[in-house]
Design a protein around this ligand. Structure first.
Ligand SMILES: NC(=O)c1ccc[n+]([C@@H]2O[C@H](COP(=O)([O-])OP(=O)(O)OC[C@H]3O[C@@H](n4cnc5c(N)ncnc54)[C@H](OP(=O)(O)O)[C@@H]3O)[C@@H](O)[C@H]2O)c1
Length: 199
């Protein structure tokens, strides 16, 4: 299984740090060249490699850590998303609800990545907390996962565990998933909740 993170800003770097902590190989990409990302990737960890966007999208499992509206450009980079798993860590805070056609923002992103196994997740914590070691206070920091594809969820939950987090499955995007979605200028109730599951 290969992994990549698209977007290497606050959230992309936080996710990359989680991979580095486990010495798990991950490629990272943005619109910048791999050379431009190299020193930050090196500083994040030995298992973090910069790549072009196209190369990073060859991975089996792809984290999306770009500003919400940029998901379109990423989705258009590949002609076909069959066989890929996409984990959407974006938030659409401040995006007018009308722009989303009344849908949860993750449903809009899922449509753009049609064919992929799509999971919303790793999006509810501020990047600083997401970057921190998830093993805290005799437990593990919770990340929430939501999605409409039942078969996508177990491997993503297993990855979250491998990265040291305690995954909590919320169910479908428009159901439990609504608890971790920004809508207009409102944050959903589970966003920013820093929860720890005791061991
Ligand atoms: N910051 C937080 O605490 C936080 C927490 C949870 C979720 N989120 C969500 O996570 C997402 C990323 O937030 P962030 O704070 O990490 O943003 P950020 O620091 O601005 O980083 C965004 C990254 O995306 C890259 N990017 C932008 N457009 C791209 C494109 N078309 N293709 C590839 N890469 C692209 C940018 O790099 P280049 O300019 O080099 O392309 C940059 O590396 C947002 O949707 C945000 O709402 C943020």
């Amino acid at each position: 299984m290969s992994y990549s993170i698209i977007g290497f800003g606050a959230v992309g770097q936080a996710l990359a740090r989680a991979f580095a902590r486990q010495n798990l190989e991950v490629t990272v990409a943005s619109r910048r060249t791999p050379e431009a990302l190299a020193s930050q990737a090196r500083a994040t960890g030995a298992s973090v490699s910069p790549a072009t966007l196209r190369d990073a999208l060859q991975a089996d499992v792809i984290f999306l850590a770009v500003p919400f509206r940029e998901h379109v450009a990423v989705a258009e980079t590949l002609p076909d998303w069959q066989g890929k798993t996409v984990i959407d860590a974006t938030n659409a805070y401040g995006v007018p609800v009308e722009e989303l056609g009344g849908l949860p923002s993750s449903a809009v992103v899922a449509k753009a990545f049609a064919g992929a196994k799509f999971v919303k997740g790793f999006n509810h914590l501020p990047a600083g907390l997401l970057a921190a070691d998830p093993r805290v206070d005799g437990g593990r920091r919770v990340v929430f996962l939501a999605g409409d594809n039942d078969s996508a969820m177990p491997p993503v939950a297993a990855l979250a565990e491998r990265l040291g987090f305690a995954p909590v499955r919320l169910g479908k995007l428009a159901e439990g998933g609504a608890l971790v979605q920004a809508r207009g200028h409102e944050w959903a109730p589970l966003i920013f909740q820093d929860l720890v599951k005791p061991d």
